[in-house]
Design a protein around this ligand. Structure first.
Ligand SMILES: [Zn+2]
Length: 84
């Protein structure tokens, strides 16, 4: 018989259960609290749209669009790093 040390302690499991519970409160669409973003307009918070551009994603998309000679481009992992 083989016995192994458990990989997770009771505290680890408690943290993971807490994290799973917290994630269950979040909206899969906007990432906010489900209770708030699905509240009724009359008694819930008001929202306004704020638009910003993610420059990292912008650079990655531009590089992917420019790489027209790559075979099966959806299989390529493109990363963006800060210039020194
Ligand atoms: Zn939402």
């Amino acid at each position: 018989m083989t016995t192994r040390e458990p990989q997770w302690t009771d505290e680890d499991r408690d943290w993971m259960l807490g994290l799973a519970l917290y994630r269950s409160w979040l909206c899969p669409l906007c990432g906010g609290l489900l209770e708030e973003c699905t509240s009724h307009e009359d008694d819930g918070p008001e929202y306004q749209v704020r638009r910003r551009r993610c420059r990292v994603t912008d650079e990655r998309l531009a590089a992917e669009e420019a790489a027209t000679n790559v075979d099966r481009p959806r299989a390529v992992l493109t990363s963006v790093i800060k210039k020194e």
